[in-house]
Write a protein that binds this ligand. Structure first.
Ligand SMILES: [Fe+2]
Ligand SMILES: [Fe+2]
Length: 153
């Protein structure tokens, strides 16, 4: 993969991960149930690990993370911060699912791209592992959502 393109992708993923850190972090304070709160705390640790990895890769290429939100992300129209506090638990779960869906999609395409370049073997492994982390988040939200939905019947 051409170096400029690789740097662009790494920056895009760094933004994605920072966005996820903020997304979960901003909700922790307003969560009361320990099981849910601890799950969000755990997600934040994972997303930070992902963000740090992309920052490190950029550093190795003599670049650095960008603060500009990637078009793919802005277009998806996700909200963060105070607006989230006003959401019901059900809506947070739904938002979490669509958010993680978007992340998984982005990982899938980066995995395909990097698989074509033998020099990116190591990066490709990390991308797979991180995508599986995102899928686990997605499954957790789906599970919580189905619990709420079932108890409403
Ligand atoms: Fe992540
Ligand atoms: Fe995630």
């Amino acid at each position: 993969m051409e170096k400029g393109k690789l740097i662009y992708k790494l920056k895009e993923f760094h933004v994605l991960e920072i966005y996820q850190v903020d997304f979960y972090n901003s909700q922790i304070k307003s969560l009361e149930e320990p099981r849910i709160k601890k799950a969000f705390e755990r997600f934040v640790i994972r997303e930070k690990e992902h963000a740090d990895f992309f920052a490190q890769k950029l550093k190795e290429l003599d670049s650095s993370p960008s603060k500009v939100i990637s078009p793919a992300f802005a277009a998806a129209g996700f909200i963060t911060g105070k607006a989230l506090d006003l959401l019901s638990l059900k809506d947070r779960y739904k938002l979490g699912i669509s958010f993680e869906n978007k992340a998984v999609e982005m990982y899938q395409s980066f995995i395909e791209m990097s698989a074509k370049d033998p020099q990116l073997n190591e990066l490709n492994d990390y991308l797979w592992h991180y995508m599986i982390d995102e899928e686990e988040h997605q499954f957790w939200f789906k599970e919580q959502l189905s619990k709420i939905s079932n108890s409403n019947h």
